[in-house]
Write a protein that binds this ligand. Structure first.
Ligand SMILES: Nc1ncnc2c1ncn2[C@@H]1O[C@H](COP(=O)(O)OP(=O)(O)OP(=O)(O)O)[C@@H](O)[C@H]1O
Length: 466
């Protein structure tokens, strides 16, 4: 199952859930597995032929509507009955929660015997490792500090306090330190917790008279990662308990990393003694990423999912989402889902279209490079050959077609087009008249030009199914 079909399926389920009852949802939709997207059709694995029929009869329209809401112009869904043996494997009843909630959900506080590395990693998102963290001017200090702490826990900076706006990588860095430590020191005990979970655990412990277990759990760790510490504000009892947890760990030279959306001095109603402790170590911030960092993050994500997305498409996405990296990744997935559901290649037009429901529509101008790339793909020759000096027919025809289309679709002048191809404007003029002359006579060229024009201009009509 590809990542993308899982992403699409998660979105579809979100849509479906709003439109049917919970019982229906759990009976029919929860056991379905997305198998992939084939030629624009979302392939779903169902348990038996009865379910397959039921879906076709009762839910096809709903599924198509869901896909339409994601930008599919001619939504298609197909079903496959999975071998009986897989029935038993269809365990989870819900779509996988987003990474954050999977690592942050409130957890009960069991008594904790000797720790295992797997146990350590359980609360850490496997994706959040240093290798997957793109370093830019916006986050290099926080990254360097995290790395230093990972290498010398309890010694370099204690506590490490990372602050910054939503979705900028604070949790990612915290988990990265956790992974780093658990790989090098498998015996060390690592605890990642959101302030909310810490508070809930405390409330439960008080209610169930299990304070000893609660204290053992939090005071016996080697690395304590606490997310969103700003939520301590106004919670006196939790602050009190956290104060003692902090002291116990600090005195034993155990590492503490805290994240927050603001620096300690700006957390209102935080006890002075806690605030000053938060300032003992190093306070570092993460800012919004610059354009280049955003493109690099998108590139890494695309490579991670083995998707080959042209640079200019990534740049278009990076221009749309400027501050929140979680949203940036969401935008990329939206584009990928849109392209695969419509069975069209990635292009700036496709990306702009995919994002137009969420962001202000962008005017996408066709660029000379877009035309060159499309023509090269159509004639199956490298773009450099088209721009090169070769004079054989195999390259001359595509070169002339490219010049013609650039003139038609972009606002560039003849000398500009000539410059792009390393030639003068009279060559371009000659190319244009040559192509114009053959259109209508040479059917192969006529078709190619018409097809390329449609493709470059966007997703109109039959272009989608081509
Ligand atoms: N520099 C980066 N390189 C690669 N991915 C990043 C980077 N920064 C953030 N991300 C990704 O962005 C998403 C959001 O990051 P994260 O959850 O760490 O944000 P956060 O600052 O903790 O947000 P919140 O304020 O909501 O707690 C994650 O998927 C994370 O992997």
């Amino acid at each position: 199952m590809s990542v993308i079909s899982q992403e699409i399926w998660t979105d579809v389920l979100g849509y479906v859930r709003k439109n049917i009852s919970e019982v229906e949802y759990h009976t029919w939709f929860a056991p379905v597995r997305p198998l992939g997207v084939q030629q624009g059709s979302l392939v779903l694995g169902v348990r038996n032929s009865f379910a397959q029929e039921w879906f076709r009869k009762h839910y096809l329209e709903l599924l198509e509507d869901a896909l339409r809401s994601m930008g599919a112009q001619q939504p298609q869904v197909s079903f496959q009955v999975l071998p009986a043996v897989q029935d038993a494997m269809m365990l989870p009843a819900d779509p996988p929660p987003p990474p954050k909630s999977s690592t942050r959900g409130p957890r009960s506080a069991p008594e904790r015997p000797a720790v295992t590395p797997t146990e350590n990693r359980k609360s850490l998102n496997p994706k959040y490792i240093f290798e997957n963290f793109v370093v830019g001017p916006n986050n290099n200090l926080a990254h360097a500090a995290s790395l230093a702490v990972a290498e010398s826990p309890g010694k370099a900076y204690n506590p490490l306090f990372i602050y910054g706006d939503v979705g900028l990588g604070k949790t990612h860095l915290m988990h990265a330190v956790g992974h780093y430590m658990s790989e090098r020191y498998p015996d060390k005990r690592i605890e990642y917790v959101s302030t909310e979970s810490f508070t809930n655990d405390l409330i439960n412990a008080i209610r169930e008279d299990k304070m000893t277990q609660f204290r053992n759990r939090y005071r016996s760790v080697d690395l304590l990662l606490v997310d969103d510490i700003q939520f301590l504000a106004g919670k006196e009892r939790t602050q009190e308990e956290f104060f003692h947890t902090f002291n116990a760990l600090y005195e034993n030279h155990k590492q503490i990393i805290l994240s927050s959306d603001r620096p300690p001095k700006d957390i209102q109603t935080l006890e002075g003694r806690l605030r000053s402790r938060f300032e003992w170590g190093l306070i570092t911030d993460i800012q919004s990423p610059e354009f280049e960092t955003r493109v690099a993050i998108l590139k890494m994500n695309a490579e991670h999912h083995r998707m080959n997305i042209p640079q200019d498409v990534l740049e278009l996405i990076a221009r749309q989402v400027t501050s929140n990296i979680r949203e940036l990744e969401g935008a990329l997935m939206r584009v990928v889902a849109f392209a695969s559901l419509n069975n069209v290649p990635f292009s700036r037009t496709v990306a702009a279209k995919a994002l137009s429901n969420v962001f202000a529509p962008q005017e996408v101008k066709v660029e000379m490079a877009d035309v060159l790339r499309a023509v090269a793909a159509q004639y199956n020759i490298p773009p450099e050959a088209i721009r090169g000096s070769g004079r054989v027919r195999e390259v001359v025809t595509p070169r002339q077609v490219a010049m013609y289309l650039i003139r038609e679709l972009t606002g560039h002048s003849l000398p500009e087009i000539g410059g792009f191809f390393g030639r003068d404007h009279s060559t371009v003029m000659h190319a244009i008249s040559k192509v114009t002359e053959q259109l209508g006579k040479d059917s192969e060229m006529t078709e190619a030009v018409a097809f390329l024009k449609r493709r470059l201009q966007g997703l109109e009509g039959e272009e989608l199914s081509s």
